[in-house]
Design a protein around this ligand. Sequence first.
Ligand code: 13P
Length: 285
Amino acid sequence: MALVNLKQLVSAAFHHGYAVGSFNVVNMETLQAILQVAEEHHSPVILSVAEAHFPFVDLEEFSPILLRAARKAKVPVALHLDHGQSLPAIVTALRNGFTSVMFDGSTLPLEENIAKTREITRMAHAVDVSVEAELGHVTGGEDDTSPGVADPSLFTDPQEAELFVAETEVDALAVAVGSVHGIYQGTPELDIERLAAIRDLTGVPLVLHGGSGLSNDDFRQAIAAGIAKINVYTDMSQAAMARIRTVDTLPQRLGFPEFMLLVREAIQEAVAEKMQIFGSVGQYN
Ligand code: 13P
């Protein structure tokens, strides 16, 4: 259908009570798996490349492939930089045709986060690229370094969020309300009241990072309280790894391409499950 910017996708989701999945692309298999599922399920989707994954995804080489695949897709697709930590990373994404960037200034003091985010918003909006920023801090990385539990002292303050959005004019705001990146220890608890307060004060679509390992009920409540974009990586990666571990138990020996197809199928199943829960399935017929 089209390559679109993030604002178009998340505004529609925000106003119609569903969320768009943002899935991390780390290679060709993840790209193909995500897009195939999105098309089969008539779902909008966000292809997300994290700055932390730049060592695996050479952006100069891979962006033309991402762009071509997104343009050819039968559903709307945004091409998004996940957790851009620095201006050079943001500029690299802009130069390579991304339609959305996240600037993650969540560990900076509030004033500095506002100033840097505003600079990026002005630059990105001038070329019709959407901006997501983070206020409060969602801990952990998409691997074993995650603490597994959220730190309430880092949760997003609703009043600060109101100021932040007014000052920066971001298109979507990532919030810290109890989710963490990576694998959870114990049962996560989302602060839904806080989320609803942030939505009411800011009026912008909200973003939930750490979408792996939450329950269907968590997602339902979070979407009802303003979440319109949900980031998922660990569940895809775990599904791929689990499938890889079964290979030696299979009756037939697989060649390399067949093996990669098996991995792709596992990722597809993980992505499809999330799209169903997020309510994005069937939104584009
Ligand atoms: P998970 O790896 O926990 O699913 O989080 C992904 C994410 O938030 C990427 O920004």
